[in-house]
Design a protein around this ligand. Structure first.
Ligand code: FAD
Length: 384
């Protein structure tokens, strides 16, 4: 018997086992119910508990906060969840803690870690990240939600919008203004959603239907000052610190979605017959699928390379922005062609490529838009 040799960091024995675990979980516990959750507009809490039991929510979190494994493990889980028939919408809703909890794990007090991070990694709590407001999205430094100190509390007033998992969240890691204008006046405060003055409204979207999204208004919400994450005024730095992993996760979702659509289209084109022969025998179709596969592969190789360098601590701010845009561009192109090659079937609700087509549209908007990524690149190229 030949010994199995890891071909890359992404393909070690442990990561192959992780892939197998995620594939089983996705095929058995997600795929059969996904259409129902898409129509319901949210996923059940029980799914978080199950993912917690399997250790999938702990990936990428420090051991000191109840985590295990590195960011690469969490990327492997994301890839496999999509390749096994899940979706970026499932990743967004089930792994929201990946954007909501790291700040607390890294900069929060031990008490905050015990109250919010550990139970979230066990799947017992759901967290959200509240940065975007009705008046500002890309310009994070422009947020206006205000937290005014009053004794041992802050009193918070403002609104957050487009908040992933916002209708189900037990707590929101919220960007608030505790100081003057600009980025130095921003802090992060954990706000429990059962506090008086928190009101939530569900938003309907083009895609990511199984991932609930909310506008959260905060009307003089009294929050203990001990819920502050890190020092006052450190919020913007903490947010920027975490943008790297969010952007990489979205890039992984993009190339994995593209790869899944390549596979679905190959399966379709080999069995669908037109004019007496399978679609896969037509040169124009074969070449289109070859191009889809090429774009998905090139995006995967580039994003994985940047991912490894980022995890090793290299300064890859420019490459990270390039990776996100490259993967999103590949994904947008591939999902469009996948729908096209499925013909009318590709336009039907419930057909997998239709879902990926709608879900993919957010990847170039969330976590820093395509334009903001280009701004980052231009600035690092010395064009300021
Ligand atoms: C489904 C979904 C889930 C989301 N989840 C969350 C979440 O969990 N938490 C959270 O805080 N936010 C979340 N967001 C918000 C998301 O991060 C923002 O939508 C995004 O950052 C863009 O902000 P905006 O919508 O305000 O657009 P704007 O900033 O108003 O931008 C509008 C357009 O102008 C372009 N633009 C802006 N500034 C410039 C510039 N200087 N130069 C050139 N072009 C520019 C943008 O690229 C975009 O095309 C979510 C959004 C969606 C749709």
């Amino acid at each position: 018997m030949t010994a199995t040799v890891a071909r890359s960091e992404w393909d070690t024995e442990e990561r192959r086992e992780l892939r197998a675990l995620v594939r089983r979980f996705t095929e058995r516990e997600i795929v059969p119910s996904l259409a129902e959750w898409e129509d319901a507009g949210a996923m059940p809490r029980a799914l978080h508990r199950r993912a917690g039991e399997l250790g999938l929510l702990s990936l990428g979190f420090p051991e000191a906060a109840g985590g295990e494994g590195g960011h690469l493990d969490s990327a492997v889980a994301t890839e496999e969840l999509i390749l096994a028939g899940g979706s970026s919408g499932v990743v967004a809703g089930l792994f929201t803690h990946g954007i909501a909890a790291p700040h607390i794990a890294l900069h929060g007090s031990p008490e905050l870690v015990d109250r919010f991070v550990r139970p979230t990694l066990r799947g017992e709590l759901i967290g959200s990240l509240g940065i975007t407001e009705p008046g500002t999205g890309s310009d994070v430094a422009g947020i206006t939600t205000r937290a005014v100190r009053d004794g041992d509390d802050y009193v918070v007033t403002g609104a957050k919008t487009f908040i992933t998992s916002g209708t189900r969240a037990d707590f929101v890691t919220t960007a608030v203004r505790t100081g003057g204008p600009g980025h130095r006046g921003i802090s992060l405060l954990v706000i429990e959603t059962d506090r008086p003055g928190v009101h939530r409204t569900a938003l309907r979207k083009m895609g990511w239907h199984c991932s609930d999204t909310a506008t959260i208004s905060l009307d003089e919400v009294r929050v203990p000052a001990s819920n502050l994450v890190g020092a006052e005024g450190s919020g913007f730095r903490q947010i920027m610190e975490r943008f790297g992993s969010e952007r990489l996760s979205l890039a992984v979702q993009a190339y994995a979605t593209a790869q899944r659509c390549v596979e679905l289209t190959i399966a379709w084109a080999t069995q669908r017959e037109t004019f007496g022969a399978p679609l896969s025998t037509r040169q124009v179709v074969r070449h289109r699928i070859a191009q889809m596969a090429r774009r998905a592969s090139v995006a995967r190789v580039y994003v994985r390379d940047v991912f490894e360098r980022w995890e090793a601590g290299e300064d890859v701010v420019t490459e990270l922005a390039m990776a996100k845009n490259q993967a999103v561009e590949a994904c947008d192109w591939v999902v469009n062609e996948a729908v096209q090659l499925h013909g009318g079937a590709g336009y039907l609700h419930g057909v997998e490529v239709e879902r990926h087509y709608r879900d993919a549209r957010i990847l170039g908007i969330g976590g820093g838009t395509n334009e903001i990524m280009d701004e980052v690149i231009a600035s690092r190229l010395g064009l300021d």
